[in-house]
Design a protein. Structure first.
Length: 201
């Protein structure tokens, strides 16, 4: 029986086509397995924290769904005791209490990634009332480790500072910190107010 050259080429093409299809299907299967494996092992970010300060405890609700990077940065630093003994270096009555700077003067601190990270603004998270937890920054996408708690509505901070949590208990502690005597030139309290530790849940 004579086998024409065209028949051989046709059969070989079919074989290679089938092999390529199998390889493609295998790659897709591997990709799906990798995705679901990673998804299954990714830990959910914490949704609450307690700031144990030298003036009392402040209970925080966190928003990891809306601001995953800010929450991850804050809670990882907290778990690593990064914030322990940091003072509230900037306290302004009827505005904010700010902390998270190892230099204690507003010039220091870094993120868990060792670099500045981007802002995370969400339409549902507004500085429309007091006791918001937000990232301090030096301009767009310059977040590091510093954060603040507002003690009054501050709507002008919307879309400028990432709000990633809110005080749900211990408002009186935050308010008391905001009312301590401060240096007029630096806004630093005359007597240090510290974060003793932070419990993450």
């Amino acid at each position: 029986m004579r086998i024409l050259k065209n028949d051989i080429v046709s059969k070989m093409s079919a074989i290679y086509s089938t092999r390529n299809q199998r390889k493609t299907k295998l790659r897709l299967l591997q990709s799906f397995l990798l995705f679901f494996t990673q998804a299954g092992t990714t830990k959910a970010l914490p949704t609450s924290a307690i700031l144990h300060t030298s003036m009392g405890d402040i209970f925080i609700e966190l928003y990891p769904k809306e601001c995953p990077k800010a929450v991850e940065n804050f809670t990882t630093h907290a778990k690593n005791n990064y914030y322990n003994d940091h003072i509230f270096h900037r306290v302004i009555r009827q505005f904010i209490i700010q902390t998270g700077d190892p230099n204690a003067d507003g010039t220091g601190g870094e993120s868990i990634w060792g670099r500045e990270f981007e802002d995370e603004f969400h339409p549902k998270l507004k500085h429309d009332r007091a006791y918001c937890l937000s990232m301090a920054n030096a301009g767009p996408c310059t977040n590091g480790s510093q954060f603040f708690i507002t003690v009054a509505p501050t709507p002008w901070l919307d879309n400028k500072h990432t709000m990633f949590g809110r005080v749900v208990k211990g408002m009186e502690v935050a308010l008391s910190i905001s009312q301590v005597l401060t240096n007029d030139a630096t806004d630093r309290p005359i007597e240090d107010v510290k974060i003793v530790s932070i419990t993450v849940k």
